[in-house]
Design a protein around this ligand. Structure first.
Ligand SMILES: Nc1ncnc2c1ncn2[C@@H]1O[C@H](COP(=O)(O)OP(=O)(O)OP(=O)(O)O)[C@@H](O)[C@H]1O
Ligand SMILES: O=C(O)c1ccc[n+]([C@@H]2O[C@H](COP(=O)([O-])O)[C@@H](O)[C@H]2O)c1
Length: 208
């Protein structure tokens, strides 16, 4: 899974999802919008609208799935609940991966039941340009015994390891920057899929 606020989805998310799938030979990558992201304020647009943009962004891309399961739950969108539901679907022997960017990883110790994440899945941290803040002591201690060096070691078990991955097309694109550009009427061309940009303009999203 690659979860996110996707406010809105951009090419950094989509290209990372494709390259993650290739790097780990995954059957598919579920991109899962958080209805209520636990550690940040209310997103700029509704969960349903963020999901609609994600669906447009994915289009018919092989291997990518727009997964709406977090929109069906009440309360904060805790990733442990999402992984538990994915684990239930795929069974105990399947290899399950939760991917996140380095910026999100830096706060992993503050997540709901962080240790349980590793009982349910592997954690793969995607390098993000410009973000090289060192880990806190708590986070370093949490992951020390879990870290593996390569994808083969990661995929030898169903869950429990951590891998840091540098994908080929590292993109310095952020949703914050996209929102700022839209609010100031600057161009977002080539930062988003064209269908996503078109819908944003048609509905006048992110204008203020
Ligand atoms: N350009 C990128 N390259 C790699 N990973 C990314 C990139 N952008 C976002 N991610 C990761 O994708 C996940 C979802 O990101 P999110 O929806 O918060 O986008 P964002 O661009 O970080 O948004 P914002 O600027 O609003 O914080 C997070 O784990 C994040 O680290
Ligand atoms: O489970 C948690 O406690 C938790 C705390 C913070 C973030 N997450 C998830 O991490 C993903 C990225 O979050 P964000 O805020 O960086 O877009 C998204 O799927 C969130 O639901 C999950």
């Amino acid at each position: 899974m690659l979860g996110g606020t996707f406010d809105p989805v951009h090419l950094g998310h989509l290209r990372s999802a494709v390259e993650l799938g290739e790097a780990l030979s995954l059957d598919r990558v579920h991109m899962i919008p958080a209805a209520k992201p636990p550690l940040r304020g209310e997103p700029s647009i509704s969960p349903g609208e963020r999901l609609a943009l994600l669906r447009l962004g994915i289009g018919d891309t092989p291997g990518l799935v727009a997964d709406a399961r977090e929109l069906d739950r009440e309360g904060p969108s805790f990733t442990t609940d999402t992984l538990a539901s994915l684990r239930e679907e795929v069974g105990p022997a399947a290899r399950l991966v939760m991917a996140l960017g380095h910026d999100a990883f830096l706060r992993l110790a503050d997540w709901h039941q962080p240790e349980r994440l590793f009982e349910l899945a592997h954690v793969v941290v995607i390098d993000r340009p410009g973000i090289d803040t060192p880990l806190s002591t708590g986070l370093r201690d949490m992951v020390a015994d879990r870290e593996v060096e390569d994808t083969q070691a990661l995929m030898s078990t169903p869950a429990g390891h951590l891998l840091r991955l540098r994908l080929p097309s590292r993109m310095a694109i952020s949703a914050t920057d996209v929102r700022h550009r839209l609010a100031s009427r600057a161009s977002v061309r080539y930062l988003l899929p064209e269908a996503v940009e078109a819908r944003i303009h048609v509905y006048g999203l992110y204008r203020s």
